[in-house]
Design a protein around this ligand. Structure first.
Ligand code: 1HN
Length: 340
């Protein structure tokens, strides 16, 4: 009888909710991804192979996708975040294109790299945070004599879930630069906002898209000098669009965090999973009771709602990105301190 019932409803494209209800609404977030990590040396060695294998132009983007062990073959670092490592060799160009997914970047190494976003060109240095908002043309290149490598984060999984994505190649392989040097940073990054004439920019939330490390570092170390630390995070700052106070990409938040020498943080949980990268120093992280040690330019995943605690004898600057702002906007985000 029961199987007859199951077959009948199944043949009509229906299913009994009571068999899947708890799976649809778990008591708390499930540990669906693992704290997968990629060592800096492994990244560099594999990127060297990729550089021998393909040019940036042939690849369109020479990127090694960082796949979570639990989500292989899906181009996913977590359920909601794409992550990858990109490299451009001197003289190469990653041709101009646009897509619905937004991108953020943390520059890891190399001087002379540039990105042009909607006709606005900026040069990138290690530690810089850069964004490409939704739907605007962007191309990259390396005009110095060093390879340039960075960490990419995209909201591809969100765009895929909503199935709302478009993409196009730019007939101009390399965009013409339409603005004076550091246009957006100067217009929007100095506590001012143009009124008349209204800025022509139409993209994303639309103001600055380059956050030089020098300034981020100074903000963190100035807070450190004031001597106030969060018991879990040390000092953690988030990148904002100064015209809105919100994350410059509304699907992804990005953070730069400083742990002072000798920091021992409390154990806590947050509902946003994150991709983290050590910018300077080193950090020990206990994730779901498992200890890890990370050095400069190691990349690791912090699964959503995993218990985590940081310890840093020598001090650390840690970059991370997550879907926190999206969760906050939807009223979902939660944090819980587990222990002292
Ligand atoms: C992309 O356009 C870039 O522009 C990097 O540098 C990574 C991953 C998936 C889809 C598009 C880039 C990307 C990407």
């Amino acid at each position: 009888m029961a199987s007859e019932f199951a077959e009948i409803i199944s043949s009509n494209n229906m299913a009994p909710l009571w068999e899947v209800l708890r799976g649809l609404t778990p008591r708390e977030p499930l540990q669906k991804v693992s704290p997968t990590f990629w060592r800096s040396n492994t990244i560099k060695e594999n990127m060297k192979l990729a550089c021998e294998f393909i040019s940036a132009e042939d690849a369109e983007r020479r990127v090694l996708v960082l796949e979570n062990e639990q989500l292989r073959g899906k181009s996913l670092a977590t359920n909601s975040l794409y992550a990858g490592i990109q490299m451009i060799l001197p003289g190469e160009i990653a041709p101009s294109h646009r897509h619905t997914a937004s991108a953020l970047r943390l520059i890891l190494s190399g001087e002379g790299g540039y990105t042009t976003v909607d006709g606005d060109k900026v040069f990138m240095s290690p530690g810089d945070f850069i964004i490409t908002p939704t739907g605007v043309f962007h191309d990259h290149g390396a005009e110095g004599d060093e390879p340039v490598m960075w960490l990419d984060g995209l909201d591809v999984p969100v765009v895929q879930m909503l199935n709302c994505g478009f993409s196009a190649d730019d007939p101009d392989h390399k965009q013409e630069v339409k603005y004076p040097a550091d246009y957006s940073g100067t217009i929007f990054g100095n506590g001012l906002r143009p009124i008349s004439p209204a800025p022509k920019r139409t993209y994303g939330t639309g103001s600055i898209f380059h956050y030089p490390y020098e300034r981020t570092y100074k903000a963190l170390t100035t807070m450190k000098a004031a001597g106030n630390f969060d018991p879990c995070d040390g000092i953690k700052m988030t990148f904002i669009d100064p015209t809105t106070g919100l994350s410059p990409i509304l699907t992804m938040s990005a953070f730069m965090q400083l742990m002072p020498e000798g920091f021992r943080g409390q154990t806590f949980q947050e509902t946003d999973g994150a991709v983290c990268c050590v910018v300077e120093g080193s950090v020990s992280v206990v994730i779901n009771d498992e200890p890890f040690q990370f050095e400069q330019h190691d990349v690791f995943v912090l699964p959503s709602w995993s218990t985590r605690s940081y310890e840093s004898p020598e001090g650390c600057i840690l970059f991370s990105f997550s879907d926190k702002c999206l969760q906050e906007h939807l009223g979902f985000w939660q944090r819980r301190v587990v222990s002292n």
